[in-house]
Design a protein around this ligand. Structure first.
Ligand SMILES: Nc1nc2c(c(=O)[nH]1)N[C@H]1C(S)=C(S)[C@@H](COP(=O)(O)OP(=O)(O)OC[C@H]3O[C@@H](n4cnc5c(=O)[nH]c(N)nc54)[C@H](O)[C@@H]3O)O[C@H]1N2
Ligand SMILES: Nc1nc2c(c(=O)[nH]1)N[C@H]1C(S)=C(S)[C@@H](COP(=O)(O)OP(=O)(O)OC[C@H]3O[C@@H](n4cnc5c(=O)[nH]c(N)nc54)[C@H](O)[C@@H]3O)O[C@H]1N2
Ligand code: SF4
Ligand SMILES: [Mo]
Length: 754
């Protein structure tokens, strides 16, 4: 076996690169250091909250000083998401509150058609609710309440979901499914009859071998997950990272496999081949719990490491060695499913292959592999039954994408296009805390859908792109200024958390729950919100759960005892929620729906000459576009850069920090230039950039025009045929050294201008 150092040297050379290797401890960001003392609590007041800077939802306390000014947010020790420590973004969340570019008061469009202008006038809350209620009733009368869709991603979306259910529609979707983790959920449901959900129940605390496929933990800063990985590195676990980029975690791995992008399925199938044909799988586990080994064995017969090498650029010895490494540690091996899994369209099948590999290693339900999480259900105050919609998102989506687990944002958007002559047509949108233009690929479709809506409401905290298309904009106060619904999350132990305000809302902003309740009253749906204050509602719910608002205001997080065991015991009888009651290596359900019962390799396009694959990811100090204007976080990173391999930079004659423009395969050009970062850490066939930058909204004064947007260049979308997700990584860019927007001037226009 190679030593770690040797291997990295070899691998980086394979990718044309050299890399610095730092000892594990120096990798740990400040927030992981246990020696940092929290502020003196006796001098400040503290208010429990959970973070809204990303979707990990860490619980902590917001502190303010004697004057009521918010000072600091610190993790709550009782919270399994944060273990008392916030990540840099969570700490910087204070900047969301102090950002003076925030939306300040309700707005009504007074000029321009949707999308053409954002001329707005300030209106009162009451007028805003009147206009919304009148338009909702009008749309419902003409097209049925089902023609109103809710697209949301903010925590407060829960209250709008309730409102829209009460109004009679179930056309609801979050981008965190079809633009994020949907494929892996569908892949695991097909295999284990259970989804993964969040936080992922991977037992990293006890693992011996962690396989990360395009999962860049450490840059992807999901808190509890990063902490467990940092501890695992200190314990000396074996990490195998598969990434075309030398990511931070690749530099801490025993093995880095710099795969040719879009070929992961070949690697996975060849790992399965080695594990079955060299009889490295857990025979007892596979016999007892799985279905379809013989079929799988026949299926992967020809997928040898030698075959995979021709697809992936990874040499057969490395493929075998890493398979042995996984088998050696099994069942304490985790082949991590990743989270943002909408890559190339065959994503459900790729995650199926990952699910199968875990099953062969016998790691699902085993210590150091996957544990069985538990979650507390949150009761609802009794209210009238919801009306039964005549049709729902399922009637739109499930005809094509038979395993879609929830509403599909991009499908609801398509159902809003004028050419949709179907009886299931969307005519109005509620958008709560999701910047759809940056989030859902192929902006042209989203823009055309918005141009053709009868009515659109956007509820946001910032003047993000999406607000420029709304008829009414409602400014929500930040998470530090409001209560929200209870956070109940799955973990080793069921646990709940409270978010309460630490300060009064700045400007004329309000909480989402309040908006939903006011609107309900205007729509004669007040009976669905049978409480005067949210404190009353939360206290009722907490009391049903064996605590109270008063107790939660003190402790912030409460853990409950478990009903189930964390792991399977030796030989325990266990029925999986699949057709066969077993883990399906061969999926009966997928076959019945007309899909491949076992994952197949499909060839994906590679870049044409002069073009490079556009790959994107996360930076530790930002979350998408929601932080790019945050004063505390722009201090740490104010723009993204484009990672370019030195060989490519040489061909183009690029200097470090030179500004270039990008153009994709469909002729779409970046609105702004981006600075070049020349680095061995990216393959020569790809470029890399951080998602979330390059906003076109001037009102976001710190972010406007800083860096470039990956979203505007993602126009080729590979839809996952099984669950409807939007594969975004089959886009290719070329470069311009001069502003290409200046070049395209028609001769007549030129004359007219001169
Ligand atoms: N091109 C490209 N597209 C992607 C991705 C990518 O990497 N590249 N990543 C995908 C992934 S993994 C995901 S999960 C999605 C995320 O997609 P989104 O959740 O849409 O992403 P954000 O940029 O965080 O946008 C959220 C919006 O919420 C607003 N907001 C923040 N806090 C609040 C609040 O408390 N209340 C309200 N009402 N609004 C608030 C912000 O101002 C912002 O306008 O994007 C997906 N789309
Ligand atoms: N700091 C920070 N942390 C975050 C977020 C954030 O915005 N900021 N967002 C959170 C959210 S919502 C999500 S979903 C997760 C997403 O985080 P991850 O699940 O880790 O997923 P990606 O963003 O897809 O991962 C990008 C990595 O995939 C690699 N990659 C690109 N193409 C390929 C390929 O073809 N094969 C392989 N093997 N690798 C490839 C890229 O080089 C990059 O290192 O991060 C979460 N954590
Ligand atoms: S990981 Fe960081 S940004 Fe995300 S919820 Fe936790 S503290 Fe907030
Ligand atoms: Mo995500």
């Amino acid at each position: 076996m190679k030593t770690r150092r040797e291997f990295i040297k070899i691998s980086t050379v394979a990718a044309g690169g050299v890399a610095m290797i730092k000892p594990a401890l120096s990798w740990a960001p400040d927030f992981l250091r246990k020696d940092i003392k929290p502020m003196d609590e006796s001098k400040a007041q503290r208010f429990p909250t959970f973070c809204e800077v990303c979707f990990w939802k860490c619980a902590g306390f917001t502190y303010h000083d004697k004057n009521g000014d918010i000072q600091k947010i610190i993790g709550n020790e009782r919270d399994p998401h944060s273990n008392g420590r916030f990540c840099p973004r969570g700490t910087g969340g204070v900047g969301m509150y102090y950002d003076n570019d925030r939306l300040k008061t309700p707005l009504k469009r007074v000029a321009g058609k949707n999308g053409e202008s954002d001329a707005y006038e300030e209106i009162s809350w009451d007028e805003a609710f009147d206009i919304i209620a009148i338009n909702m009733k009008k749309v419902a009368k003409e097209h049925g309440p089902e023609s109103i869709a809710l697209l949301y991603h903010a925590s407060s979306g829960a209250y709008f979901k309730h409102l829209l259910h009460a109004f009679g529609t179930d056309n609801i979707a979050k981008p965190s499914y079809a633009q994020c983790l949907g494929p892996r959920e569908a892949g695991f449901v097909a295999t284990y009859g259970a989804s993964i959900s969040s936080p992922e129940p991977t037992d990293i605390k006890n693992t011996q071998c962690l396989v990360l496929i395009g999962n860049h933990v450490g840059e992807n800063m999901h808190n509890g997950y990063v902490q467990e990985v940092a501890d695992a590195i200190e314990r000396g676990v074996s990490i195998i990272t598969v990434d075309p980029r030398f990511s931070t975690i690749a530099s801490k791995s025993q093995y880095w496999l710099p795969i040719k992008p879009a070929t992961d399925m070949a690697l996975l199938l060849s790992w399965i081949h080695v594990i079955i044909y060299e009889e490295l799988y857990d025979k007892k586990y596979v016999n007892q719990y799985t279905f379809g080994l013989d079929e799988l064995k026949a299926h992967v017969k020809n997928f040898t490491p030698e075959w995979a090498y021709t697809k992936t650029d990874i040499n057969p010895k490395d493929i075998r060695d890493t398979a042995y490494e996984m088998a050696k540690a099994a069942p304490a091996t985790i082949v991590h499913p990743g989270r943002h899994t909408t890559w190339y369209g065959d994503d459900t099948q790729r995650t199926r292959a990952i699910a199968i590999l875990n099953a062969l290693l016998g790691s699902y339900g085993k210590k150091g592999g996957w544990y069985f999480p538990e979650k507390k259900s949150v009761p609802t105050i009794p209210h009238p039954e919801y009306p039964h919609p005549k049709w729902t998102w399922k009637d739109i989506t499930r005809k094509t994408y038979k395993s879609a687990g929830t509403g599909i944002s991009n499908d609801l958007i398509k159902a809003s296009l004028p050419e949709n002559k179907n009886e299931h047509k969307i005519k109005a949108w509620f958008v709560v805390g999701t910047n759809l233009l940056a989030t859902v690929p192929d902006q042209a479709i989203t823009k055309r859908a918005m141009d053709n809506l009868d009515f659109m409401v956007v509820i946001d905290t910032m003047p993000a792109e999406i607000t420029g298309y709304a008829d009414i904009v409602l400014p929500e106060c930040t998470y530090l200024e409001r209560y929200d619904d209870i956070r109940s999350s799955q973990h080793r132990f069921p646990n709940i958390a409270l978010r309460m305000p630490a300060a009064k809302p700045r400007f004329n902003t309000k909480s989402g729950w309040w908006m939903a309740k006011q609107l309900a009253e205007k729509l004669d749906l007040g009976a669905y919100f049978p409480y005067d204050t949210i404190e009353e509602e939360l206290d009722w719910k907490f009391k049903q759960m064996g605590t109270s608002l008063e107790e939660m205001q003190k402790i912030g997080v409460k853990q409950f005892t478990k009903d189930k065991e964390l792991y399977l015991s030796e030989g325990e009888e266990y029925y999986f929620n699949t057709d066969t009651g077993k883990i399906e290596l061969y999926s009966i359900d997928l076959e019945a729906k007309g899909y491949d019962p076992m994952p197949k390799y499909t060839e994906h396009k590679q870049p044409d000459a002069g073009f490079y694959r556009l790959i994107y990811g996360r930076a530790p100090m930002h979350t998408f576009g929601r932080t790019v204007n945050n004063p505390n976080l722009t201090d740490l990173m104010s723009e993204n850069k484009i990672w370019i391999n030195p060989k490519v930079a040489k061909i183009w004659g690029f200097e470090p920090d030179q500004e270039i423009w990008l153009e994709n395969q469909d002729g779409v050009k970046s609105s702004f230039p981006i600075k070049v970062r020349i680095t061995e850490r990216i393959r020569h066939d790809s470029i890399y950039m951080i998602h979330g930058f390059g906003t076109t909204k001037k009102q976001m004064t710190r972010a406007y025009g800083r860096g470039a947007s990956d979203s505007e260049l993602i126009t080729n979308v590979k839809y996952d045929p099984i669950m409807g997700g939007t594969g975004m990584r089959e886009n290719f860019v070329t470069f311009h050294t001069e502003n290409p927007h200046n070049k395209v001037v028609e001769p007549e226009t030129k004359e007219a201008n001169s």
